[in-house]
Write a protein that binds this ligand. Structure first.
Ligand code: DGY
Length: 323
């Protein structure tokens, strides 16, 4: 029996690539270059399955490529706002994602950013490396406490709740959250959390605000000049969700004018390009989208895609279907 033709658009951990090669007729992107729109479009005509990740933009114009062979997009990642799932549905292409396996590592990166921003970690590292550190003194690089402070979560899904657990039980933080739909009361009481009815209620109360909502049209620029102005001047904003949730220019203006104290970012609008205004600021910590970047997590993500492809090509229901 001929094996389904599968394209993996970027390099994955070796162990998963090997397993995939045993099951399918796999093409790897050996030099790991970001694929162009033309390459992705051609891939839809050539392969039964295409396995993209967050760096592959698949809008309707690409999904609607004529003479397609592709029947499933096995996304390597939980977020899928880079794929027009409505277009995929209309074109009869299934889409799966990788929920559950990157919860802890992504919440760990959010907590890393929160601690780095609060305690000026990246700035301190730059100071030491530049030779500008003249030794300890009582007023050097004073910063803000994390332990006992109030954390506001925007979104209250798996990753937000992992963040709530680490922050509440690890750092004694008070947890508030805003989510447009009602949350499960058991989840709320587990972290002694408090639901807020709006961003207007949440933001003024928080020392730290961490974003855990999906990207896309509904959440685009929910952090903007107006909502930033509701935050305390001493507050820090953490984004490990999606870049377009935050209006970059508004955040740069707020950080420059001291309207908020700091920010920690793992994701950017127009990733991988980021607004050059961030580079000049000391009070923003910048990471290169590392949320799920542990060996165990990236391996588990690959295994999830593999399980979805296996189910699809043996006629079983997809474990993680999003379209
Ligand atoms: C995710 O899974 O959504 C991560 O951000 C990597 O894409």
């Amino acid at each position: 029996m001929t094996k389904p033709k599968v394209l993996i658009t970027r390099r994955w951990p070796d162990s998963v690539e090997q397993k995939l090669q045993q099951l399918f007729d796999v093409s790897l992107n050996l030099d790991d270059h970001p694929m162009s729109a033309q390459e992705l479009s051609a891939a839809l005509q050539e392969y039964d399955a295409v396995c993209p990740s967050v760096c592959d933009s698949l809008p309707a114009e690409i999904i609607n490529t004529p003479n397609k062979r592709c029947r499933i997009l096995g996304n390597f990642g939980v977020g899928y706002n880079h794929i027009d799932v409505n277009a995929a549905r209309e074109q009869g292409i299934a889409v799966s994602n990788t929920p559950g396996v990157l919860t802890e590592s992504t919440a760990d990166i959010a907590m890393t950013l929160l601690l780095m921003s609060a305690r000026r970690g990246a700035e301190g590292d730059r100071l030491v490396r530049s030779g500008g550190c003249s030794g300890w003194c009582p007023t050097q690089m004073m910063s803000s406490d994390v332990t006992g402070a109030t954390l506001g979560l925007i979104g209250f899904g798996r990753i937000a709740q992992a963040m709530a657990r680490k922050a509440h039980f690890g750092f004694g933080m008070r947890i508030l959250f805003y989510k447009p739909t009602p949350a499960d009361p058991e989840d709320i009481s587990r972290y002694h959390a408090q639901a807020c009815a709006s961003l207007e209620e949440l933001l003024p109360q928080c020392d730290y605000v961490s974003l855990h909502c999906p990207g896309g049209a509904d959440t685009r620029h929910i952090i903007n000049a107006r909502t930033l102005s509701l935050m305390k001047p001493s507050a820090h904003l953490i984004n490990s969700a999606r870049g377009d949730v935050v209006d970059s220019q508004a955040l740069i203006d707020a950080l420059t004018a001291g309207k908020i104290a700091g920010a920690g970012l793992d994701v950017y609008e127009n990733e991988p390009r980021l607004h050059p205004g961030f580079l000049a600021l000391e009070n923003v910590t910048l990471l290169p989208h590392l949320g799920s970047a542990t060996i165990a997590t990236r391996t588990a993500m690959g295994e999830k895609v593999l399980a979805n492809l296996q189910a699809f090509f043996t006629g079983q229901p997809l474990p993680d279907r999003v379209a």
